[in-house]
Unconditional design. Structure first.
Length: 296
């Protein structure tokens, strides 16, 4: 083989090597591009909703409108699930107070319920037949809201008379009348009875015909007497402690104004604001018909 032939052979071998290298490089680029496309097709978008995490698969072939619609649908479903699963948890190891209201419902009871809902707290309402029979307030709307929130519905008798002074039949009517009025709107009667003035709680005749636990109170704000938002706030903040049942009246505007300040103040101090039934359960107390309860 001549020198010229050897030179041409080396040139051919070099060309082959260059072409092979280029082919391998192209194949690597093509394979990497395909893998990237597949990865993009199955890429996941994380959406955080109310503290929860939703993983949504996003297809790059989808247009932006479809992606936006699907994201909204997933968000809506997650928000609905979060709402349904958002149950109140009462910690028996943390201090709690039961706010209770007598003589309603009143003109601002619905506003009071909205305040409870805002702070995710609950209260107990001991209602009178005279108030439940009013036509100038939205009684049914109020009771349904009360029931929906999970507040205790209590019985404060039909016309607020001292039970020990009444006949057995009249006591029965005073209690059953209120239960019938509540049941007409929400399908069930009251859980407890609060005898007006706390009278008759040790009376055998009263206990016999009340036929429900008698819930009294351990802190009386005297809001009906002071007629003062400031004094009502002072009474609760100074006198109420763990296990106390606080007496107020939702028929007074100054009381509703006071409660709007009381709730965040008590929450800031670490209190759980609960219904009487929630507190009794948390404290391990089984309520019995005809027996009085002042605190837990």
């Amino acid at each position: 083989m001549t020198r010229n032939e050897k030179k041409q052979r080396r040139i051919r071998q070099l060309k082959i090597r260059v072409i092979s290298t280029l082919l391998i490089f192209c194949l690597v680029i093509v394979a990497g591009g395909c893998a990237l496309i597949e990865k993009n097709k199955e890429s996941k978008k994380v959406v955080r909703v109310n503290g929860g995490v939703v993983e949504k698969t996003k297809n790059v072939a989808d247009n932006s409108e479809n992606t936006s619609t699907e994201t909204k649908e997933e968000t809506s479903k997650t928000e609905e699930k979060t709402t349904k699963d958002n149950k109140r948890v009462i910690d028996p190891n943390k201090p709690m107070i039961a706010l209770t209201f007598d003589d309603g419902p009143g003109e601002r009871t619905l506003e009071l319920l909205e305040t409870l809902e805002k702070y995710n707290v609950r209260a107990s309402f001991f209602m009178c037949g005279t108030s439940l029979s009013r036509n100038d307030i939205k009684v049914e709307e109020i009771l349904k809201k009360m029931d929906e929130l999970g507040c205790d519905m209590g019985n404060h008798t039909m016309d607020h008379q001292s039970l020990p002074t009444l006949s057995s039949q009249k006591i029965k009517w005073e209690v059953e009348g209120v239960n019938d009025l509540i049941k007409k709107h929400v399908g069930h009667g009251a859980k407890f009875v609060r005898p007006p003035y706390g009278a008759g709680i040790r009376d055998k005749k009263v206990s016999k015909y009340v036929k429900a636990p008698m819930v009294c109170w351990s802190v009386d704000t005297l809001d009906w007497k002071t007629k003062s938002k400031k004094e009502t706030i002072r009474s609760v903040m100074n006198d109420a402690h763990d296990g106390d049942i606080v007496l107020m009246h939702d028929i007074h505007g100054w009381t509703v104004d006071a409660v709007k300040k009381i709730i965040p103040k008590l929450l800031k101090k670490g209190y759980q604001l609960v219904t009487v039934s929630e507190m009794a359960e948390a404290k391990g107390c089984k309520l019995e018909n005809g027996k009085p309860y002042f605190e837990f």
